[in-house]
Design a protein around this ligand. Structure first.
Ligand code: ADP
Ligand code: 5SP
Length: 507
């Protein structure tokens, strides 16, 4: 039997998944690392932390999986998208990586759009330049840290830095490269026009491959350290959402996933390049060769509930310790005791600004409708519902674009809560399925490795064999009716508050 590793360089940690040659899940391990916020709205990580965590997680998964390391036949990579790793000519990291959730570059986005022109950017990259994306980060470096900028020799995405550590080679894949604002999404290649217009150099960016393609082999020192066989191939892999879609089976028209992790992502498969004229959802290459996807991204989805747990959920944390439960489970149980709509309480989940649908780094979180009778129960429920309304915004846009939504698969930490699954089904108005292996991107990356080394003829075939749906949550019509009314108010709140967000940012 042969085995494959999927490595996910996530925001909270590095997850490594081990699967067998039939696509069966065998083992997982996770190693966490810190996220630094040197200023409000900034988010950075140290690429060396990713690498140390990757090594530890790889070592652990092989041990837990109880296999002979020499049986590993391929490695797939995935990770948080858009982050910028700057390397010098020696391959040394020049400064901490600036992450997808960093919001420092609003001004740079405006400047880039002015230099290139929105029409040209939409025509080539299919997406407006947004603060989380990579190009504005490079432009920020040019303006604010020119001494570092002068030394830049390579700009890598997070998973591609780990590829460099594992193989010594530079490469990326089309799905992750789509989120740099420098990639020609319809033609699936780097755009010299965009790169040169901004004064960047083509050779800073690694060659791009389709996701299952082999980009190199593990270095001999890695082979020796782990006891692997010689020449273990490393495939291109994908950005975490595209690889996650492979792990969830979102590889044909009509299938959509709703992921509640730190970020919230609604991901729809597309046979062709479909673009929202208003740029509210992203159009990127899929990890399925020759296909695309459209996705809406919320910046603080599960992140909003985490904020609630950490800042207001001290009792729940204590109770969870006493009962040996997960604090999120205790919070979910509390929320289930509140009526839907929390007796007139709404939450806007814009704790770190927002991407879909508002693309506004100034947006902020709001509890709207608080009264003396509100308890914590209603507040937790409002957080879960508000996040789900934010996800519904993406569904609305995707449907408006003519992309069919026939089956939704719920994934990410938030899908563990029965209550949150019920809320999602009612708010989206569609049956909501779970998947048997909810390891998302890491599982998808491992499947891509098995496709790239010839175990399966295609990504679609791998998904057919390895991905199975489980429980189905049907929308409760009564709950849906309540949520329709609340959603209408939710939608009107952001435009009403938009100017106040700017005013409070200036205080
Ligand atoms: N049992 C649970 N009930 C409700 N929400 C949960 C539960 N477990 C995790 N979550 C949510 O999922 C989020 C983490 O999502 P996950 O997909 O595991 O990670 P990440 O996106 O950070 O890599 C948490 O911030 C929390 O909001
Ligand atoms: O910015 C995006 C996609 O455009 C995010 O989806 C990040 O890629 C999320 O990383 P994790 O929260 O899953 O680590």
């Amino acid at each position: 039997m042969e085995y494959f590793l999927g490595i996910d360089v996530g925001t909270t940690g590095c997850k490594v998944v081990l699967i067998d040659e039939e696509g069966q899940f065998i083992a997982r391990s996770v190693e966490e690392y810190p996220l630094f916020t040197p200023r409000p709205n900034w988010a950075e990580q140290n690429p060396h932390d990713w690498w140390q965590a990757t090594l530890q997680a790889m070592e652990k998964v092989v041990r837990v999986g109880g296999i002979d390391p020499a049986q590993i036949a391929g490695v797939g990579l995935t990770g948080q998208m858009h982050g910028s790793v700057f390397l010098d000519t020696q391959g040394e990291v020049l400064r901490p990586a600036i992450l997808w959730c960093d919001q420092r570059t609003a001004e740079e986005c405006r400047e880039i759009t002015e230099i290139v022109g929105l029409e040209k950017i939409m025509q080539i990259n299919c997406n407006p330049v947004l603060p989380g994306f990579t190009a504005p980060k490079i432009y920020w470096l040019k303006k604010h840290e020119p001494e570092v900028y002068q030394k830049v020799s390579k700009v890598l995405l997070p998973k591609d830095y780990i590829r460099y550590c594992l193989t010594g080679g530079f490469a990326t894949d089309v799905s992750d490269a789509s989120g740099t604002s420098l990639f020609d999404v319809p033609r699936r290649k780097w755009s010299s026009e965009l790169i040169e217009a901004l004064g960047f150099r083509m050779d800073w960016f690694p060659p791009s491959f389709e996701s299952p393609e082999v980009t190199g082999y593990l270095k001999s020192e890695i082979v020796r350290r782990f006891g692997f066989r010689e020449k273990v191939p490393v495939v291109a892999g994908g950005g975490d959402n595209a690889a996650g879609a492979v792990g969830t089976g979102i590889v044909e028209t009509g299938l959509v996933s709703a992921s509640l992790g730190t970020s919230g992502v609604v991901f729809a498969f597309s046979e062709t390049v479909k673009v929202d004229e208003k740029g509210r959802v992203h159009t990127f290459c899929h990890a399925v060769p020759g296909k695309w996807h459209v996705m809406g991204v919320m910046l603080s989805a599960g992140g909003s509930l985490r904020w609630f747990r950490d800042r207001l959920g001290f009792e729940e944390q204590a109770v969870s310790q006493l009962l040996g439960k997960d604090p999120y489970e205790v919070l979910s149980e509390e929320a289930a005791l509140a009526p839907p709509g929390g007796e007139g309480l709404l939450f806007l989940p814009y704790l770190t600004g927002e991407r879909t649908p508002h693309a506004d780094p100034f947006a902020r979180g709001v509890f709207f409708g608080l009264t003396l009778k509100h308890r914590k129960n209603e507040m937790v429920r409002a957080v879960m519902e508000g996040v789900t309304f934010g996800m519904r915004d993406s569904f609305e846009i995707i449907r408006e674009m003519g992309i069919p939504v026939q089956e939704v698969r719920a994934i990410g930490g938030g899908a563990r809560s029965v209550l949150w699954r019920k809320i999602q089904a009612a708010v989206y108005g569609v049956p909501l399925y779970g998947v048997e292996v909810d390891e998302g991107p890491a599982f998808g990356a491992a499947l891509l490795a098995s496709v790239g080394t010839g175990k399966f003829a295609s990504v679609e075939e791998a998904c057919k064999k390895a991905v199975r749906t489980t429980h189905c949550e049907e929308p409760d019509p009564e709950l849906s009716r309540v949520y329709e009314k609340l959603y209408a108010i939710y939608r009107d709140l952001y435009p009403a508050l938009r100017d106040f967000y700017r005013r409070i940012a200036q205080v």
